[in-house]
Design a protein around this ligand. Structure first.
Ligand code: DX5
Ligand code: ZN
Length: 224
């Protein structure tokens, strides 16, 4: 059976003055999810969206709003991102000492719970969290910025796929994903491909076909 691979464009690469139209354009062009990168200028050296911004995106998203928190601490903000309308809320395992509690709190707030791993963090770090997790985000760059070079995490993805077994847990990859890098991760077991630059490059809300062509190029590369 063919696995269904999802493409989740990161709106970090969108026009920041035009998020509503950008979200509608990528969805019209075939995006499966919309990936929202939340950065706090502390856990990562960049600053992006707080809960009010994410809440403003919500009415434009008709697929799945996938919110990636690159913040520490996480727990005081879980309720605010639930109210903002996140469908999936992902926290970094490196963000605090109690990821088990964090995942429980995300599910208790009615969202799917994700855990993200920086490139230097081993697969085994999530071994005792698998029953509380709906998605594992394997970072293929050090978080903080779009447009960075892909770091090969194939061995980690394969190990996680083995550890997950028959549990219903998706593996997402995030950073430097394009038609040349995506196939490596998909072959190793990734299900959700986050891509910022590779989806938005060359396009705009006035030229949305380019977004569609960019997403098709990734899909065709992983299908082959
Ligand atoms: C990096 C973010 C990514 C980023 C991906 O910290 O989590 O989602 O936007 O951007 P590209 O695809 O340009 O590497
Ligand atoms: Zn991200």
């Amino acid at each position: 059976m063919t696995r269904s691979i999802k493409i989740a464009p990161s709106i970090l690469s969108a026009d920041f003055a035009n998020f509503g139209a950008e979200i509608r354009a990528i969805e019209d062009q075939g995006a499966d999810w919309v990936h929202v990168d939340v950065m706090d200028g502390h856990f990562v050296p960049n600053l992006t969206f707080g809960p009010p911004a994410v809440k403003a995106f919500r009415p434009h998203v008709t697929t799945v709003m996938d919110v990636h928190l690159m913040i520490a601490p996480v727990d005081p903000y879980i309720e605010a991102y639930a109210e903002a309308g996140a469908d999936v809320l992902t926290a970094h395992i490196e963000a605090g000492p109690h990821p088990h509690r964090t995942l429980q709190a995300i599910r208790a707030a009615g969202m799917k719970a994700g855990i993200a791993l920086n490139p230097g963090t081993p697969a085994e770090s999530v071994e005792h969290l698998l029953d509380l997790t709906d998605l594992i985000c394997v970072m293929t760059v050090n978080p903080g910025f779009g447009g960075q070079k892909f770091i090969d995490m194939t061995a980690k993805i394969a190990r996680l796929r083995e550890m997950i077994g028959d549990r219903d847990v998706l593996i997402e990859i995030d950073g430097g994903v394009d038609p040349t890098t995506a196939p490596l991760a998909v072959d190793a077991g990734a299900d959700v491909l986050v891509a910022g630059s590779a989806v938005f490059k060359g396009g705009s809300v006035d030229c949305p076909d380019v977004y569609g062509a960019n997403m098709r190029a990734i899909r065709e590369a992983v299908a082959g």
